[in-house]
Design a binder for this molecule. Structure first.
Ligand code: ADP
Ligand code: MG
Length: 256
């Protein structure tokens, strides 16, 4: 059965999508079968892994709102063992449309049951908010991976995120865990980076991954080619670190 991991932080631009796509690609590189779920109306994971929006007939919106079977919405990517359920801008309406619906918090969970046996990992790229879509993602997940950008006020907003996790644990998913906290966009040229690392480690302790993601230009270029870092530039620092992160995730998973 797949381990289902939400990649979440309600702040935008902290590296959620970059992490979802490249961790997913790295896990597939190690032979795991991976399904990415794009649940952000921006659709950055979708385009970033090379799915053209024009080729998307149905997407995660149809799964959540119209109960379209998820199997009908899965696209293969150019990478073996890496599939994706895409998102398009129509998902923007879902936050409001889900409000009056029956079982609105458990729709993704129900949909994933159908494919959970076919993958080793399902990674969900969450939107930058704590609304219905994120709640659906947390309710469906075994755990949450939290990317934290190495910047001032890195911890700001995380108490809200932890509070949402607690609420979901209480009402919908008592087994939900924190998969790990990932420091992203580290810049060795500034002292700031080191301070933030220390602060986040003090707060989250052993839940912080040893792997730290540095700023790497290749990581920011890869999505415009519709490729993960593994296929765009295997020899880059970005590929090294996401492969190292995948190893940590696999080791943690074996310990469970
Ligand atoms: P989020 O999904 O949290 O909004 P993204 O993953 O889209 O964040 O990252 C925001 C921007 O920063 C994107 O343009 C992405 O290409 C870039 N980026 C993310 N991680 C890195 C990194 N480690 N080095 C350089 N650029 C990065
Ligand atoms: Mg994103």
């Amino acid at each position: 059965m797949a381990r289902i991991i939400s990649v979440a932080n309600q702040k935008g631009g902290v590296g959620k999508t970059t992490t979802t796509v490249n961790l997913g690609a790295s896990l597939s590189y190690y032979g795991k079968k991976v399904l990415l779920i794009d649940i952000d109306a921006q659709g950055n994971a979708t385009s970033g892994i090379g799915i053209k929006k024009a080729d998307v007939v149905k997407d995660i919106y149809d799964v959540l709102v119209n109960e379209e079977p998820i199997k009908n919405v899965i696209h293969q990517t150019s990478r073996e063992n890496l599939d994706i359920v895409p998102a398009t801008i129509q998902l923007a309406g879902a936050e409001i449309e889900l409000t009056p619906m029956m079982a609105r918090e458990t729709r993704l969970k129900s949909a994933l049951r159908e494919v959970q046996n076919e993958y080793d990992f399902i990674l969900i790229d969450c939107p930058p908010s704590l609304g219905h879509l994120t709640i659906n993602s947390f309710t469906a997940s075994d755990s949450i991976l939290i990317p934290v950008q190495c910047e001032y006020y890195a911890l700001e907003g995380l108490s809200q995120l932890l509070n949402t996790i607690r609420l979901v644990q209480k009402h919908f998913n008592p087994d939900l865990e924190i998969e790990g906290v990932l420091l992203t966009m580290y810049d060795a040229r500034t002292n700031l980076g080191a301070d933030v690392v220390e602060e986040v480690r003090k707060y989250f302790r052993e839940r912080v991954y040893d792997t730290i993601i540095p700023r790497n230009i290749r990581l920011s270029e890869a999505p415009s080619h519709g490729l993960s870092i593994i296929d765009y530039d295997m020899r880059s620092r970005g590929a090294d670190v996401y492969l190292a992160l995948a190893k940590e995730v696999l080791e943690n998973d074996e310990g469970k």
